[in-house]
Design a protein around this ligand. Structure first.
Ligand code: ZN
Length: 288
């Protein structure tokens, strides 16, 4: 088991067999930068490697679960400051080579890694859950949301075909996935539950307790049976085409970034960016 300190997450054991990882960048609305990505990965590994832990909770400090990927940068840090877990490498290469390497490592690769952790995971979602935030929730086996939770992927407005971990069709069904992506509309917690993306919706004040109650119930079951049941369901979904479809969508996602580079000199359509992020991107136009 890897004991370590984290800059952007807290790790606690609210019950004897339950680990809880809480993203703790409230000012940035738990936006995912490199530090948070590798802190999350280390915390997930710690919970996976601790034989006392049978269920893992992923939460976000208030007010919002996650605003998605942090587009304001990594405070001068690079991939060299963190322990790379994938094999793609080439992060310093120019053009699409470096961009694809980065997104393989920290987005689709890391999210897939967390999705395949051999223990049940529960996302505890409140407030806004946007774009990359969806990937964090979707990586978990179960999602419990507060009644004020809202979900949205506005990446199409940035000229790209949805977030890197393209799980939309599996989460809400094919037809709704198209509407949701085409319109970039919000999905309420109640709608998400009706569509099968969310397991339970509870009042905001009861969210943490509801998640603990579910975790406690699961933690009473035999650990090996939990592990192989998760594996069985994940394997079924992958035989139904999830993994191949996601890899194809990821290739198209990279095509979108390259298209935007040719057209705008940055990997996204500047019209879809918040003004402060647009300025940052345009300042490095042609160099990212
Ligand atoms: Zn991307």
């Amino acid at each position: 088991m890897t004991e370590r300190s984290y800059e952007t997450v807290t790790y606690d054991m609210p019950l004897p067999a339950v680990a809880r990882i809480t993203m703790n960048r409230p000012k940035e609305r738990n936006a995912q930068n490199l530090q948070l990505t590798y802190d999350l990965n280390a915390a997930f590994d710690r919970a996976a490697q601790d034989d006392q832990v049978k269920v893992i909770i992923l939460a976000g400090s208030d007010p919002h679960f996650s605003a998605g990927h942090d587009l304001t940068g990594d405070g001068g840090k690079t991939w060299r400051d963190y322990p790379v877990v994938g094999t793609w490498c080439g992060f310093d290469c120019d053009g699409a080579e470096g961009r694809m390497a980065r997104e393989q490592e920290i987005y689709i690769g890391m999210t897939e890694r967390w999705r395949n952790l051999p223990k049940p995971t529960i996302a505890q979602v409140q407030g806004k859950c946007i774009a990359g935030g969806l990937m964090l929730a979707w990586a978990c086996d179960l999602i419990v949301a507060s009644d004020d939770a809202e979900f949205r992927d506005p990446v199409l407005e940035m000229g790209v075909c949805g977030v890197e971990f393209f799980n939309h069709p599996w989460e809400v069904g094919v037809r709704k996935a198209k509407e949701w992506l085409f319109t970039s509309d919000w999905l309420s917690a109640a709608e998400a539950k009706a569509l099968g993306m969310v397991n339970q919706v509870v009042p905001r004040a009861e969210l943490a307790q509801a998640v603990l109650a579910m975790a406690e119930k699961i933690a009473r079951k035999p650990s090996f049976a939990l592990k192989v049941t998760k594996e069985a369901v994940n394997q079924c979904q992958d035989h139904m085409g999830r993994r191949l479809g996601m890899l194809q969508a990821f290739s198209l996602h990279q095509l979108c970034h390259s298209h935007n580079m040719q057209k705008f000199g940055i990997p996204v359509d500047p019209q879809g960016l918040p003004p402060v992020v647009r300025e940052r991107f345009m300042a490095v136009r042609g160099k990212v």
